[in-house]
Design a protein around this ligand. Structure first.
Ligand code: LMR
Length: 396
């Protein structure tokens, strides 16, 4: 049965973890996967999460099946976070939200639903994009192309190129957009640029699918989420995937969501019924723990305030590490101007290093980033920064 099965390539991001774990180099540093570590190199367990879990342990609950679309208090908290609790779109019942297995799960539920809705549509992702975007939509049966995004020569967004590509897209094309903290480049559109993108999406009849995996890691929760309000204000029916992996440091719990904005309450109910079929036929219904923790935190004013504080501490530390990295590279003898690292936002820096340089960094120094030159600055700390800078200086 399996004699003709070929060995699949290693995952470009998670596959690096496997290689990292097997690396005996005592100085190794993992800047591959997008995971935040504190200054001691430890994965944080947020205080707000601990408090919510403690309260849950004090009143242990049996684990029945969740509804197919997840915990209602969770879905409502997601709606409030993404669209605003008092927003018209939420109050009028136009948003269909389902709890998902991480942000990736939210993308896949949306992709499967869209494939049923419009099987001929093409998908466009940014060039470059998160590696899994292409694979995920291709596996859902779509032909996946790209729209212009990053310009390596100017280290910025090629906005005219992006606009031109979207203008040339066929009506019905699904356009995957990064709501904030573009992965992998760290270069976002400005609010004014979004104001130009939205009319193009509208006029061309494109379907916007906003991936929001890093809300709160750019400029703040509200600021990073503002783009969603712009699409809604334009009256567009959009898809939004949410992830709490990073913002709650709950990577292994796989807590995410998919929200779909429909034209009215009745349409939203019909959309929700279809999303539930996708969920039911894939994994039946979501797991309880992670969603319960996030719901408990988001729905309790004190815990919510604590979460915002902890998230802002992560954001501030990442920003500080960017500057330390720029200074450290200079001190290590790197001649070229690396100050662009402080212009990028979110967890990543698109370093501009070549594949060969990234492979050397890994093989000779045990410093792991993706082959595309992406490095997770959220994994830098005061102990590993000198070694990372010295290693980069040697391969540049
Ligand atoms: C990343 O880009 O490193 C993260 O989003 C983790 C992942 O699932 O790839």
């Amino acid at each position: 049965l399996f004699s003709a099965v070929e060995m699949a390539p290693r995952d470009p991001i998670l596959g690096l973890n496997e290689q990292f774990n097997a690396d005996p180099n005592p100085k190794k540093v993992n800047l591959g996967v997008g995971v935040y570590f504190d200054d001691n190199g430890k994965l944080p367990l947020l205080q707000c999460v601990q408090a919510a879990e403690k309260a849950m342990m004090e009143k242990p609950a049996a684990r029945g099946y969740l509804p197919i679309d997840g915990i209602a208090a969770y879905d409502n908290a997601v709606k409030a976070l993404v669209f605003g609790a008092d927003s018209d779109v939420v109050k009028s019942g136009r948003v269909a939200t389902v709890q998902a297995i991480g942000g990736t799960g939210g993308l896949k539920i949306g992709a499967d639903f869209l494939k049923k809705l419009n099987p001929q549509a093409r998908v466009l992702i940014s060039d470059p994009s998160w590696e899994n975007h292409r694979a995920l939509f291709a596996n859902a049966g779509f032909e996946v192309g790209t729209y212009t995004y990053y310009d390596a020569a100017t280290r910025s967004v090629n906005f005219d190129g992006m606009l031109a590509d979207l203008r040339a897209a066929e009506p019905g094309t699904i356009v995957v957009l990064h709501a904030c903290c573009h992965n992998p480049t760290g270069y976002d559109l400005t609010p004014e640029q979004w104001d130009q993108i939205i009319p193009v999406v509208q006029e061309r009849g494109l379907v916007a699918f906003l991936d929001m995996a890093y809300q709160g890691f750019g400029h703040g929760i509200k600021e990073d989420g503002a783009v969603i309000g712009k699409f809604v204000a334009a009256g567009l029916n959009i898809f939004v995937s949410t992830s709490f992996s990073k913002s709650f440091s709950l990577y292994g719990e796989r807590v995410g969501a998919l929200s779909v904005v429909a034209a009215d309450k009745d349409e939203a109910a019909r959309v929700l019924s279809q999303l539930k079929i996708v969920v039911r036929t894939n994994y039946s219904n979501p797991p309880t723990h992670g969603g319960a923790v996030v719901a408990a935190v988001l729905n309790d004013p004190a815990l919510r305030a604590q979460w915002e504080q902890e998230l802002s501490e992560m954001r501030v530390r990442i920003k500080a590490m960017r500057q330390t990295l720029v200074d450290g590279l200079k001190a290590a003898g790197v001649q070229q101007d690396m100050s662009f690292i402080t212009q990028q936002i979110g967890m990543f820096s698109y370093s501009g290093l070549t594949r060969d340089q990234m492979v050397r960094l890994r093989d000779e120094f045990g410093v792991y980033g993706t082959d595309t030159g992406r490095m997770c600055v959220a994994a830098l700390n005061s102990k590993n920064i000198d070694y990372v800078c010295a290693s980069i200086a040697k391969v540049i």
